[in-house]
Design a protein around this ligand. Structure first.
Ligand SMILES: [Zn+2]
Length: 166
């Protein structure tokens, strides 16, 4: 698969990645996964230097289980919002894991195509893991006149919109 980045090109030192992995492992230790026995932890850096993390939370109604990324983006917003720049996710052994398809979409909302992820194969951008992503920018281009007034301006200000304007 193409799109792999050298560590030096990720904008984060190896020590920085190790700290991010450690935060993901710490979150994983708090996972609630009694049904699958598959704990997951995720952590991401925010552009202002914060680290946010989350763990998976299952439910007796199996389909309602929440991935670790759900908690992560909630923590992001609850602690001030901002853009995600680097992301790591680990399994119960603490080894790198890829986000599921749904969570790639969750991450796109807050990190855009340039978010750098650690995967079992190496470092990749989210653009490489979720090609031609649907994002906030599409909500401004596909609107009709009738619902155009629903815009609050937040979508149009998203820096990710510049990358997908074609
Ligand atoms: Zn997921």
């Amino acid at each position: 698969m193409t799109g792999l980045l050298e560590q030096a090109d990720t904008g984060l030192s190896e020590a920085g990645w190790e700290a991010l992995r450690a935060a993901a492992r710490e979150a994983m230790a708090h996972a609630y996964a009694p049904y699958s026995g598959y704990p997951v932890g995720a952590a991401a850096l925010v552009e202002d230097g914060r680290t946010v993390s989350g763990c998976n939370v299952e439910n007796a109604s199996f389909g309602l289980g929440l991935c670790a990324e759900c908690g992560l983006v909630s923590r992001l917003q609850a602690t001030g919002g901002g853009r995600l720049t680097h992301f790591a996710c680990v399994d119960g052994r603490g080894e790198p894991l890829v986000p599921c398809g749904r969570c790639r979409q969750l991450l796109y909302e807050f990190g855009g195509p340039d978010l750098v992820l650690e995967t079992p194969a190496g470092f990749m951008t989210l653009a490489g893991m979720l090609p031609q992503a649907f994002g906030p920018e599409h909500l401004t281009t596909g609107r009709t006149a009738a619902d155009g007034k629903a815009s609050d301006g937040q979508v149009a200000d998203d820096p990710a919109s510049d990358d997908q304007a074609s």
